[in-house]
Design a protein around this ligand. Structure first.
Ligand SMILES: Nc1ncnc2c1ncn2[C@@H]1O[C@H](COP(=O)(O)O)[C@@H](O)[C@H]1OP(=O)(O)O
Ligand SMILES: [Mg+2]
Ligand SMILES: [Mg+2]
Ligand SMILES: [Mg+2]
Length: 308
């Protein structure tokens, strides 16, 4: 293990921690005691969010004590049941070769952004496919690695759950085939639970043939990876750094792009503010990102910019 570069070990442990968190999320649902807490407007937290975060953060802290880990649910008790700790890194992932540019980083260069359960609103309403666990790894403020685990995905063989990973300069794994979206149509994916007039006016300007309204930033990125949508467009504040770090890294490792609605990449360093006030604009591999960005009306961009 120690012979692998730090970034490889961090992503490999993030994969096993995300898988363990996915089991916890399924267990909480099966028990049926969701323990819902209202954190604010359209902003819920459940026992699954809390337990999954404790599992992931405690596991990462134990293996990488000097790495800053920031979780959506804030500071939590990290004395967890021993069976929640993940002790093994994902050995399949470790067979990949680390890109040269990421070989010599130190623990101080890293920040790990944890969204223990993305799509909480959908989780409480039974849209279980929309739920993901997101672990994003940033190096010197840039999103470079990520894990998107989908705990309720059913595989062809009848197994449950899948884990998609991506590292910039290496590629992605855990999902196949990575198709490009259909020619001749333009399909946009967006929020189902956080829409507003500005979100809608950006969508209208794009004149899509179809709009898919689904929950979670992670799930919308999966739709781009699977060729189900060309673009993810959300012209509003609401997402935070833990919502976009892993999605950005995975999508860009596959040749897509994720920025705010003005076309700027987010930064993910230790001291950044959590809110992504600039919204989200992401395109799948093979889609002309610049063309989509140009179609977002100036008035939408100006309205969002004024609130930055
Ligand atoms: N207004 C908001 N308040 C809190 N979280 C938000 C808000 N808008 C978006 N999010 C987070 O971003 C994710 C993607 O947004 P959407 O599903 O609306 O497209 C949501 O699942 C939620 O993450 P989470 O479920 O982890 O709290
Ligand atoms: Mg939340
Ligand atoms: Mg989220
Ligand atoms: Mg969450």
């Amino acid at each position: 293990m120690a012979q692998h570069p730090l970034l490889m070990r961090v992503v490999a442990f993030s994969i096993t921690a995300a898988n363990r968190a996915g089991e916890i999320i399924r267990e909480v649902l099966n028990k049926g005691e969701l323990g819902i807490v209202d954190k604010g407007k359209d902003d819920l937290q459940t026992e699954a969010d809390r337990s999954a975060q404790r599992c992931i953060v405690a596991s990462l802290n134990r293996h990488f004590p000097k790495v800053k880990v920031i979780g959506e649910e804030g500071a939590m008790d990290l004395k967890i049941p021993p069976e929640w700790l993940t002790n093994e890194a994902d050995s399949d992932f470790l067979r990949n070769k680390c890109p040269d540019s990421l070989k010599n980083i130190t623990e101080e260069d890293l920040v790990i952004w944890v969204d223990p359960l993305d799509g909480t609103s959908e989780y409480t309403q039974g849209f279980l496919e929309h739920v993901t666990v997101l672990i994003g790894v940033s190096v010197n403020e840039k999103a470079v690695g990520g894990v998107i685990h989908q705990p309720f995905f059913k595989t062809d063989s009848g197994a449950i759950g899948r884990t998609i990973w991506g590292v910039k300069g290496m590629g992605i794994g855990g999902i196949e085939p990575t198709t490009t979206p259909p020619d001749g149509r333009f399909v946009v994916t967006t929020t189902r639970s956080h829409s507003n007039a500005l979100v809608q006016s950006a969508l209208d300007a794009l004149k899509p043939d179809e709009v898919l309204r689904v929950g979670g930033a992670g799930y919308k990125i999966i739709q781009l990876l699977e060729g189900k949508a060309h673009a993810y467009v959300f012209a509003s504040a609401g997402c935070k750094k833990w919502d976009t770090c892993a999605p950005e890294a995975v999508l860009e490792a596959n040749g897509g792009i994720l920025t705010d609605i003005m076309g700027n990449h987010y930064l993910y360093g230790k001291n950044v503010a959590f809110p992504n006030k600039g919204g989200v604009l992401a395109t799948a591999k093979g889609v002309n990102y610049q063309e989509v960005l140009n179609k977002i009306p100036t008035q939408v961009k100006e309205t969002i910019s004024k609130k930055l």
